[in-house]
Structure formats: structure tokens, C-alpha cells
Design a protein around this ligand. Structure first.
Ligand code: ZN
Ligand code: ZN
Length: 220
């Protein structure tokens, strides 16, 4: 474990050296933050002027704004998979280093993470969404709230089709009622794919009393 922290090997590709840096130069050059965003909801667009996935109704109408930091490509994929399934302590540092919060985040009453199933805590050493949530909470000076729970074991979303994903996450979450003064919530997850998990969580947050819900993901 100590070797891994100090060896200076890049935590994404385990190849070239990355001493005192989050990633090696090659991996850093392959990271793509988004440059274009929907003017209505903040959703990242691959090119300017194309129609927005969120505004086309593919994601819950209850999401006000939705932000993603990076394109989900090779380097991000490798980092997230390693965090979920291997013990790579350096990635925790790396991930924090790569978080560049959009300056349009507003004042929230609380930050909520999409929860990983409790059984998975045995095999998943870090939940990347928790790291993003903790860091964002610290930066915005907003508490992390633990109202949202996973109540049903679900298959890993990455292994199943789009339609099956929707079924898979149905009733998988439950959100405890928020206090009366808690209305503005930022929901955080690591990756956005079809949005099935996010939509399900947003519905639960709404039922629990949240009235403005923004979403922040590390990659999409
Ligand atoms: Zn690398
Ligand atoms: Zn939009």
C-alpha cells in the first residue's frame, strides 16, 4: 500500500511516472473537461448548439440544473473502476485534485450522494461519489445529508441494457423526509450514463421534500 502512494506511478495507467502530480502527462492530456453547456440547465454538450439531453426530457423534469466535470473516456473510466474495485489510495488524492467545480453552483441546504449498496462497502474501498460530495460540501460550506438510502440490492448498471437499467433501479432507493427548511439539494454521483439511477433518486428526494434539485457528476 505504501509503495503505491510513493512509487510515483500514474494511478490511471500504472505506467509512466507522476511524481507530485495527480496523473502522468499522457493521462492528463487525455482528460477532457466540457467546454459547452446548455444555457437553460447547464448540462454539458459535446458541441455547441446541439439539443440538450436533459431539456429533451430524457432526465427527470425535477432536475433544475445538471453539471458534469469530464467526458467519461479512457482515463476517467480507468480511475473510477480502480477506485471501485481495487485498493488504490492515491486515487483519492488524484480525484480531489481533478475536481474543478463549476462556478454556477448555487447555495444548497444540503448535498446528497447516490448511495452505494451497503454490501458493496466490503468490496468497494472508495465510493468516488462520496469523495466528490465531501469535497463539494467542504468548498461550498454545505452539510452532506445522509437521508437517501439504497434499500434494495441491484445489479451493476454497467452490465445491463438501457431498459433493464430502468427496471433495475425501480424502488431501489428511499429518502427519509428532510427537515422543513431543507429545500435545495445538490445530488452527487460519479458517472451519468442513461440517467436511470439519477431519475430514481431525484424522485425520492422530491417525495422527501426537496423542491430544487441540481445534479453534479464527475463524468458523463
Ligand atoms: Zn497515466
Ligand atoms: Zn438543457
Amino acid at each position: 500500500m505504501l509503495n503505491e502512494i510513493f512509487s510515483g506511478k500514474c494511478p490511471a495507467c500504472s505506467g509512466a511516472a507522476a511524481i507530485n502530480a495527480a496523473l502522468c502527462d499522457d493521462c492528463l492530456s487525455l482528460l477532457h473537461p466540457f467546454n459547452h453547456f446548455c444555457g437553460k440547465c447547464g448540462f454539458p454538450l459535446s458541441r455547441p448548439g446541439i439539443s440538450c439531453y436533459r431539456c429533451k426530457g430524457k432526465l427527470s423534469k425535477r432536475i433544475t440544473n445538471i453539471y458534469a466535470l469530464y467526458h467519461y473516456d479512457k482515463v476517467v473510466r480507468s480511475m473510477i473502476l480502480q477506485m471501485k474495485f481495487h485498493y488504490n489510495i492515491r486515487l483519492k488524492y488524484t480525484l480531489k485534485h481533478l475536481i474543478n467545480l463549476p462556478n454556477f453552483l448555487t447555495k444548497y441546504d444540503g448535498i446528497v450522494t447516490v448511495p452505494s449498496h451497503f454490501l458493496r462497502h466490503f468490496v468497494r474501498f472508495y465510493h468516488p461519489a462520496d469523495i466528490l460530495a465531501e469535497y463539494t460540501a467542504y468548498k461550498l460550506n454545505v452539510p452532506v445529508l445522509h437521508n437517501l438510502k439504497r434499500v434494495r440490492y441491484t445489479k451493476f448498471q454497467s452490465h445491463i441494457s438501457r431498459l433493464a437499467r430502468k427496471e433495475n433501479v425501480k424502488k431501489a432507493f428511499y429518502c427519509k423526509k428532510f427537515k422543513d427548511n431543507v429545500k435545495n439539494i445538490l445530488l452527487v454521483d460519479d458517472i451519468l450514463t442513461t440517467g436511470a439511477t439519477i431519475n430514481e433518486c431525484v424522485n425520492e428526494l422530491y417525495k422527501a421534500g426537496a423542491r430544487r434539485i441540481d445534479v453534479l457528476v464527475f463524468a458523463k
